[in-house]
Design a protein around this ligand. Structure first.
Ligand SMILES: [Ca+2]
Ligand SMILES: [Ca+2]
Length: 232
């Protein structure tokens, strides 16, 4: 755990962590005003330099080059084997998410392209998919017994768009839904800036998309970040 995380997490003015200074051997945290993840590198370039993960971030954390902040995990889908990602496909559903650049195969549904970088993941709602079929991304990491903060982009465009859920499931308990949205949101990416997820070593994070009643139902996600502390 980063030194700065403990230092800032109980400070109400510390709405987000930014581990970007290093004085001698001691990490120092900087307060930033927003956890919105669409801030540009220019915004942070003025105050933060790009550091290597081994010195400036906590154990196992990454210094994320766009956010300029230490994060635990990132799924940007830019490569098929993405070491920083904490979500994988599962067989505990009907079909898999697809990795994609540019538009999806059908018009009037899906994004024009990725929100960040070139690639994103989406559910292809065209044949052979039918109403109500689900695809899940499931976490493959062990977590500590505490709250984590998740942020991500989603895109839900299409007149018959189904449902996107962010859930956790601990052991064999029923899944708990922490965020859910259904229906057409128009052709644009939206962000979930902060979603608290209580986790422990037996908890899985599940991102589940359900296909709607017709093929205008492509649901996409990109740039899913997990922070190793509760949302400020
Ligand atoms: Ca991406
Ligand atoms: Ca699957």
């Amino acid at each position: 755990m980063a030194f700065c995380t403990n230092k800032c997490v109980d400070n109400l003015e510390c709405v987000a962590l930014d581990v970007c200074d290093f004085y001698g051997e001691e990490k120092s945290c900087r307060l930033v005003r927003s956890l919105k993840i669409n801030l540009t590198t220019t915004d942070y370039g003025k105050t933060c330099r790009r550091y290597k993960m081994d010195k400036r971030c906590g154990d196992g954390e990454l210094n994320e080059e766009i956010l300029k902040r230490c994060i635990l995990y990132l799924c940007d889908f830019e490569t098929t084997t993405e070491p920083s990602c904490f979500l994988t496909e599962t067989t505990d559903d009907i079909f898999n998410w697809s990795r994609k650049s540019g538009k999806t195969g059908s018009s009037s549904t899906g994004p024009n392209g990725a929100k960040v970088g070139t690639y994103y993941k989406f559910i292809e709602a065209s044949s052979p998919r039918v109403n109500g079929q689900t695809a899940k991304l499931v976490s493959n990491k062990d977590f500590e017994d505490k709250a984590y903060c998740l942020s991500m982009y989603y895109h839900m465009y299409g007149q018959t768009t189904g449902t996107l859920k962010i859930q956790t499931r601990t052991g064999n308990d029923p899944a708990v839904t922490h965020w859910e949205l259904s229906g057409n949101q128009g052709n644009q990416w939206y962000s979930i800036d902060r979603l608290n997820l209580p986790l422990n070593s037996n908890t899985k994070i599940i991102i589940e998309a359900t296909r709607g009643r017709d093929f205008y139902s492509d649901i996409s996600v990109d740039y899913i970040v997990l922070w190793s502390f509760a949302c400020p």
